[in-house]
Design a protein around this ligand. Structure first.
Ligand code: MF3
Ligand code: CO
Length: 292
């Protein structure tokens, strides 16, 4: 997901009118205090989410059902993955699992993407396209990233398979990011925590591609950076849903795009890159993980 800009405004609602969240309650007994708090942050110069980014309980339920399929895809790939297998076989597993459970692979035909999953090996940072001629070898780092649509709700998650410290540290980065998802704090606090853990281990983090809001669309605002500074970027508020998916490089953070397929991103120096992805919901007290 590439960077895009964010803008928002908080529209006024009459106290006794029904709340915008669809709860059926009056605004004054539902999200009115929440909006007032949000407005204070906006006045103080923080970037705040607009209402389209705040998921209602019914929407969260829909996203959770979608994530069950996403999890099943990754579990099925995890069970089957082995040296000698083609990345097309991974694509077949994701497609079959998703469709048999009533879902649609969100990647398939997304902006012309030709397959149901991204399989990115070694120096491929992301958006590797499955192919029957690409065969996994012993010791490869393989990033399997799939997303699911069920009843219009989107989920997104991925696993890395390998044998290297890079993959372990990248997973730790995601866990540390998760610990730093707290309501009424900035996304930059989370992003910086991820970044520092990578740097401490001698690695770099890709700047141009990051995470994203998700739920009612595949890629919603905000863009989620993992090289951001504390106290910057959008405020995290209860009901927001986004991914934590840092791409951690062993060498340079420079990347380039495959000019032939227009999708696959590689590291600038040919050294390996790893990624893990979870989808989280910001709650009143912290975060709930929707896809692991
Ligand atoms: N799953 C990727 C993400 O995390 C997006 C892949 S888009 C595709 O944002 F078209 F390449 F599938
Ligand atoms: Co994603």
């Amino acid at each position: 997901m590439f960077h895009k800009t964010v803008n928002q405004k908080i529209e006024k609602i009459e106290r006794n009118a029904p709340c915008w969240c669809g709860s059926g309650k009056k605004y004054k007994t539902c999200h009115m205090q929440f909006d007032e708090k949000l407005k204070k942050f906006a006045m103080a110069g923080y970037i705040v989410p607009d209402r389209s980014l705040i998921k209602t309980p019914a929407q969260v339920e829909g996203i959770k059902k979608s994530s069950v399929i996403n999890r099943a895809c990754l579990d099925n790939v995890g069970k089957a993955i082995r040296a000698g297998m083609s990345t097309q076989e991974i694509d077949d597993i994701v497609y079959e699992t998703t469709v048999s459970m009533g879902g649609i692979p969100a990647d398939l035909h997304y902006e012309g993407y030709p397959k149901s999953v991204c399989t990115s090996i070694n120096d491929e940072v992301c958006h590797g396209i499955p192919d029957e001629n690409i065969i996994l070898k012993e010791g490869d780092i393989v990033n399997v990233d799939c997303s699911t649509i069920l009843n219009g709700y989107f989920s997104d998650g991925e696993v890395s398979e390998e044998k290297q410290r890079l993959v372990r540290v990248t997973k730790e980065c995601v866990e540390i990011g998760l610990q730093n998802v707290k309501p009424w704090r900035c996304l930059g606090d989370m992003g910086d925590a991820v970044h520092q853990h990578a740097l401490k281990n001698g690695y770099t983090v890709v700047k141009e591609i990051g995470g994203h809001g998700i739920g009612l669309q595949f890629h919603e605002d905000p863009f989620v950076s993992y090289v951001s500074k504390p106290g910057t970027e959008m405020l995290m508020v209860p009901g927001m849903c986004f991914t934590i998916e840092p791409m951690v490089n062993m060498g340079t953070d420079r990347i380039y795009e495959d000019e032939n397929n227009g999708w696959t991103i590689y590291t600038g120096d040919g050294k390996p890159s790893a990624q893990w992805e979870i989808q989280v919901l910001v709650t009143e007290t912290g975060a709930e993980v929707l896809t692991w």
